[in-house]
Design a protein around this ligand. Structure first.
Ligand code: ZN
Ligand code: ZN
Length: 343
């Protein structure tokens, strides 16, 4: 169910009628991101159900540690798998591949790092690579303004988790991709992972259960996902509320050390809003950025190249409202970003 004014039928005639102009299409899409769209008639029950199950599993796993069922629900192998998969999916997958590689094109990746990264991102369960990147580019372009998918100016809980519960007409998805990730849709592998997202996610849950029973499923899937979800959501919620500002970006973004620890360097969020295309988010020596370390390691072995490794001296600050697609191309000293299929 959706409250947006689109035709009930998906026939092409109706779509033609619906799509008056590119600007109207874009405005219609952006209007679906406000918190007023979340109400009982417009809830994405698949997301709500998934989040409920993962949180329930994580709760059972952690409470189970203090019960007589501990040995049936926990072992150290499962804990080690949880730690490894957390780093692999959250850092290799989300913070490096989805965020710095796809959303901001801060570097290029060679095979196999690119495909390993896309698989890690899919296993992170935060939506498909195209969808994640499109939503994130909208966030940068509309940061803390109407159209921002998750600004705390519409409520702290909204920016943290509630925004993910909002229903959206599936016919708006191609509109979102055309407007915000036109460079990424040219890459066939993006469409493979678009289709593979749900089977891979459910398949990984089944595989963990078959490999290590309930402890492996509860810790390797539920606890790991819930921990990673909240770590990355803190970037949307907490680092637009608490912390210090180094740059005047015109939005609410802040730098916060403990979010940087939990989210592999993404807590240096004011730095990132000021210079979204730079591959490193930590700009001072003590702003430790594990995702930058990962990118540097991949560059060392030749898997990452054309890394935008500048520090921001003499570069203009990006302001809230600047066009994100132009940001990809226009920062001083950068050559135009080539089409992704050439990467
Ligand atoms: Zn932000
Ligand atoms: Zn970003």
């Amino acid at each position: 169910m959706s409250s947006i004014p689109v035709p009930h039928s998906a026939h092409s005639d109706d779509r033609g009628e619906w799509r008056k102009s590119k600007a109207e299409e874009r405005n219609l899409l952006l209007s679906t991101f406000g918190s007023e769209n979340l109400h009982w008639g417009n809830i994405d029950w698949a997301v709500v159900g998934w989040m409920f199950l993962m949180h329930a599993g994580a709760l059972v796993a952690i409470v189970g540690l203090f019960t007589p069922y501990r040995s049936a629900l926990f072992n150290w192998q499962s804990f080690a798998v949880m730690l490894f998969l957390h780093w692999f999916t959250c850092s290799f997958g989300v913070t490096m591949t989805l965020h710095r590689y796809l959303s901001h094109r801060s570097m290029k990746l060679r095979t196999p790092a690119k495909y390993v990264g896309l698989m890690a991102a899919t296993l992170a369960g935060e939506g498909t690579p195209l969808h994640w990147s499109a939503v994130h580019r909208i966030h940068h372009q509309k940061a803390d303004q109407p159209g921002d998918p998750h600004s705390p100016s519409e409520g702290n809980w909204w920016s943290h988790i509630l925004w993910t519960f909002t229903g959206r007409d599936s016919r708006l998805r191609p509109v979102m991709y055309q407007h915000f990730v036109p460079d990424l849709v040219k890459d066939k592998s993006m469409w493979f992972f678009e289709k593979a997202f749900t089977p891979v996610l459910f398949g990984s849950a089944l595989a963990l259960y078959l490999i290590g029973g309930w402890p492996m499923f509860l810790w390797g899937m539920c606890v790991r996902l819930v921990f990673a979800y909240h770590s990355t959501w803190f970037v949307n919620s907490v680092t637009h509320v608490w912390g210090y500002r180094t740059y005047d970006t015109g939005d609410l973004s802040r730098n916060l050390w403990w979010v940087a620890i939990l989210a592999y360097g993404e807590g240096w969020h004011n730095n990132h809003h000021a210079y979204p295309r730079l591959a490193r988010a930590g700009h001072k020596w003590w702003e430790i950025d594990p995702t930058w370390m990962l990118i540097s390691g991949l560059r060392l072995i030749g898997q990452a190249y054309d890394v935008d490794d500048r520090l921001p001296e003499d570069l203009p600050v990006t302001k809230a409202g600047d066009d994100t697609l132009k940001q990809l191309r226009s920062q001083a000293g950068n050559p135009p970003v080539p089409p992704l299929e050439a990467v």
